[in-house]
Write a protein that binds this ligand. Sequence first.
Ligand code: GLU
Length: 503
Amino acid sequence: MEKVRVRFAPSPTGPLHLGGVRTALYDYLFAKHNGGDFILRIEDTDTQRYVPGSEEYIMEALEWIGMVPDESPKHGGPYAPYRQSERRDIYDRYTEQILKTDYAYLAFDTPEELDQIRAEFEARGDVFAYNYETRNRLRNSISLPEEEVKKLLEEKTPYVIRFKMPLDRIINLNDIIRGKFSVNTNTLDDKVLVKNDGMPTYHFANIIDDHEMKITHVIRGEEWLPSMALHVLLYEAMGWDAPEFAHLSLILKPEGKGKLSKRDGDKFGFPVFPLNFTDPATGNTSAGYREEGYLPEAFINMVAMLGWSPADNKEIVSMDEMIKEFDLNKVHKAGARFSAEKAKWFNQQYLQLMSNEAILPEFKKVLAENNVEVSDEKALKIIGLMKERATFVKDIYNDGKFFFHAPESFDEKASKKAWSPETAVLMQELTEAISSLDFKAEIIKESIHHLAEAKGLGMGKVMMPLRLSLVGELKGPDVPDLMEMIGKEETISRINKAIETLK
Ligand code: GLU
């Protein structure tokens, strides 16, 4: 069997959207599952939509996720170059070839002429298509006498090359995900294959490159499903075997209807891009999963589950397991609804699976950003105490500020609940009781227990105001653990501050 080769072929028109990431992932999983190659090809024939920085962004995103291409503009490979703008000589050869067949013709119509015809059709309530019905009335090498075509060429009149869609043929197609369907060629128009500057359009360059690069499976977004018949006919025109096709459904808005867009992300406050992206034209930065604090493993697990799940419906699946289990036949036909809550859930799950030591470097970065310095030993303990409730590493700091700073105020509701006129005396006694202790959580706990017992109080009656004094609210980890962490001096100073403030 020939080696499986799959390409991800983005156009450098901006950052990768979640849908693009998922396409790349399924390309990658399918290739690796079959022991094949994963190729990155940059489809930059449309210079008008080119956004500088996109290619670097795409490469960085793939690397962050851990999907390093076997061949790409950066890594090179046997079919280089992998940027379409650098493959012009290859396309020129095939342009010559297709012109010798009956599948292509020259069209001299100017954009203005076509605009005018389009307007005439619209005025009649019709939609214009350059096709079998209209091509004979337009200015092309099919409708014009040979002499005139020759003259136009001698005069260097600009022209495009169009595909001559065969008349009234039923094209039977098979999509791995969607199954069999057919298209009548009369519903299709004569697409431009080569622009008037000699550069091929997406359709032509795409099939040339897939053929040249020996691509066996084309896995891409469903927006390309309507082009599949044209592509299959282009392979026929060139006398080549077509690859197999699989078109992936959309990723839907959180409410379930319509395609997930950047606007949904802005509206609901979640990123739709893997990494931050600053638009060079406007200077606006869009949020990325990486910068929001997502772990790449959690992010890609979440993306994978938008449209596929392994046989036993397990949700937490590593890249290696995904490679082992991935099956295009199990990819859902229906669109997958995006959930920001689910994305967070995945990160939370992955964070719990990490050891405290593995979290430490990232946690230290967060601490440094907040100008906090603690020993590794202390940081590890804090991670241990806070991890369970954290979704992101930054939560360990944000929800655990009391480890580093005394409370600036005491929550009103909590104070009402935890503090009564007698509490000040009780807390005073507590500071005395703990002042001579060896400050270890176990010993502290015992001492609080003794005090409560001696006063005939439940543990809660002591713990609650104590927690309020140390944290400013009624949350946080086990109080004795916290006391050990911040130390005796700081503990007593916070209790005294609470006594002073709350009376
Ligand atoms: N350049 C196309 C895109 O960005 C690729 C489509 C395909 O994979 O054939 O969507």
